[in-house]
Design a protein around this ligand. Structure first.
Ligand code: NAD
Length: 480
């Protein structure tokens, strides 16, 4: 763990073993942090805020750019560690995540220079009222295992640029690559205490940093259930919550079917489906259902599953047993409710671990099936046929989650009709639910369980700062 600029063990000396999901091999021994370790990190972060406050905006921008340079120098090692720890294919996915991570640090360096605020016209002629953006202080940052470099960067880079010190608790199943990232931060000379890493179980070290009075705000990416628990534990603190999704993909009867099927396959199978914006259910017009189904089956049966280090591999293992078990449960439930398997349908055999899953296509999925109602997070493309636009909209919105949706049509009016009515934070027209760029606002719609606030570029800088209002009385008393 990295606390106050030093690498330390847990005060309890307890450790746990990290295993690669790809090979099952033990790849590292990590400290199992305790509440006391988390408290030490919070105290170190408080000191870190003072060191950070001495840096001007331009110096902080340079610091973020320096981190990006260091990451760039260690690109290969980071990508290999990411594949070893997380399981995603090195050549087709891990390298791209490292690139996004480098870009995330560069973005923070750029965007923080443009964090302009305002001078507000007021009624009183003697007053000048202006706003400035102020750091919040010590941030608790908790992240998941599906993008273990990029998601932390979404908070650590803008957080640092905006003068917040942070205590970061990564997911236990991808903490080896978290250590690599922090080694790069150290090499870039991020001030001691500015970013602290505590490894260990979320309900222990994560809970401590969320609930402790020494943290001022919380940034969390993870499941809806954990996010809601955290919101209660952090009561009163500013929250940025990026939670689960159940991304409906709507393919209308006038869609370009090649484009729609390619995008739906990418939505369902990228990162083995372990993406918050994944195409978790594919609502397809009855008249084009069979063609879309055939195209998806063609995709699923041609995906090269296997060793994530092999250049030919397009899909590696799932990251951990709970996500594989959830996928098993959702499949069994869908089949029990009448769905038919068109491709895949179970874990793949013959690999070093049982975390490899066959790319799966289902049809005839009942609307009350778990796979339609909840987030699956596995490589499954469930097809649900519909007849009318109204039906498709109602079914897409009939979910407790509302993160990203996609709609495929050649008709701009229909596209807008859906874009303004779908209850998700992001609507992609004629592209996959997974289309996304680092700086565009990303987050859940109000009233659903997909989160609170917006990530992305300057939006994260706004989220991770307070707006301070300064009212100046400028009357000249010397002139009577
Ligand atoms: P999770 O909720 O199980 O865990 C997320 C993190 O929270 C982990 O680091 C975990 O250790 C920690 N944690 C667990 N219990 C805790 C507690 N009681 N207190 C504090 N911390 C605790 O989620 P996961 O399985 O790691 O990640 C997958 C989920 O993340 C999916 O639901 C996915 O949709 C979501 N996600 C959302 C986005 C987004 O931007 N909206 C992006 C990626 C992933």
């Amino acid at each position: 763990m990295y606390i106050g600029g030093r690498w330390v063990d847990s005060v309890s000396r307890a450790t746990y073993q990290a295993r690669s999901p790809a090979s099952g091999e033990m790849i590292a021994t990590l400290p199992e942090g305790t509440r006391e370790d988390a408290q030490r990190a919070i105290a170190a972060a408080r000191e870190g805020t003072e060191r950070l406050a001495r840096l001007s905006v331009w110096e902080r921008a340079k610091l973020c750019a320096r981190v990006a340079d260091v990451l760039e120098r260690h690109k290969d090692e980071l990508a290999r560690t990411l594949t070893l720890d997380q399981g995603k294919p090195l050549h087709s996915e891990a390298k791209a995540e490292v690139d996004a991570t480098v870009a995330g640090w560069r973005n923070a360096a750029d965007h923080v220079k443009w964090l302009e605020t305002s001078v507000i016209p007021v009624e009183d002629p003697h007053k000048r009222v202006l706003t400035i953006r102020q750091a919040r202080g010590v941030y608790a940052v908790i992240t998941p295992w599906n993008f273990p470099l990029n998601i932390p960067t979404e908070y650590l880079a803008p957080g640092l640029a905006a003068v917040n010190a942070m205590v970061w608790v990564p997911a236990p199943t991808t903490s080896v690559v978290a250590v690599k990232l922090v080694e790069c931060l150290e090499e870039a000379e991020v001030p001691a205490g500015a970013i602290n890493l505590v490894t260990g179980p979320g309900p222990v070290v994560g809970d401590e940093i969320v609930a402790h009075a020494g943290t001022d705000a919380v940034a969390f990416t993870g499941s809806s259930a954990t996010g809601e628990h955290i919101a209660r534990r952090a009561a009163g603190k500013p929250l940025l919550l990026e939670l689960g999704g159940n991304g409906p993909t709507l393919i209308l009867d006038d869609a370009n079917l090649e484009q729609a099927a390619n995008a739906a396959a990418f939505g369902a199978f990228f990162n083995a489906g372990q993406v918050c914006s994944a195409a978790e259910r594919i609502l397809v017009h009855r008249s084009v259902h069979d063609e879309v189904a055939n195209r998806l089956v063609d995709h699923a049966t041609h995906i090269q599953l296997g060793d994530p280090f092999d250049e030919r591999t397009q899909m590696g293992p799932l990251n951990n047993q709970p996500v594989a078990e959830k996928t098993d449960r959702h499949l069994a439930d869908a089949l029990a409710r009448g769905a038919k398997v068109l491709a895949g349908g179970s874990r793949a055999r013959g690999w070093p671990t049982d975390l490899y899953y066959q790319p799966t296509v289902l049809t005839g999925v009942a609307r009350d099936a778990m796979i339609n109602r909840e987030e699956t997070f596995g490589p499954v493309a469930p097809l649900i046929p519909f007849q009318t636009d109204e039906e498709a909209l109602a079914w897409a919105n009939d979910s407790t989650l509302g993160l990203v949706s996609a709609v495929f049509t050649r008709d701009l009016s229909r596209a807008f009709w859906f874009a303004e009515r779908l209850r998700t934070g992001i609507v992609n027209v004629n592209d996959s639910t997974n289309y996304w760029e680092l700086h565009i606002p990303f987050g859940g719609v109000a009233g659903k369980r997909s989160g609170v606030g917006r990530l992305g570029g300057r939006h994260t800088l706004y989220e991770m700062t307070d707006l301070r209002t300064i009212c100046l009385d400028v009357r000249r008393l010397d002139q009577g």
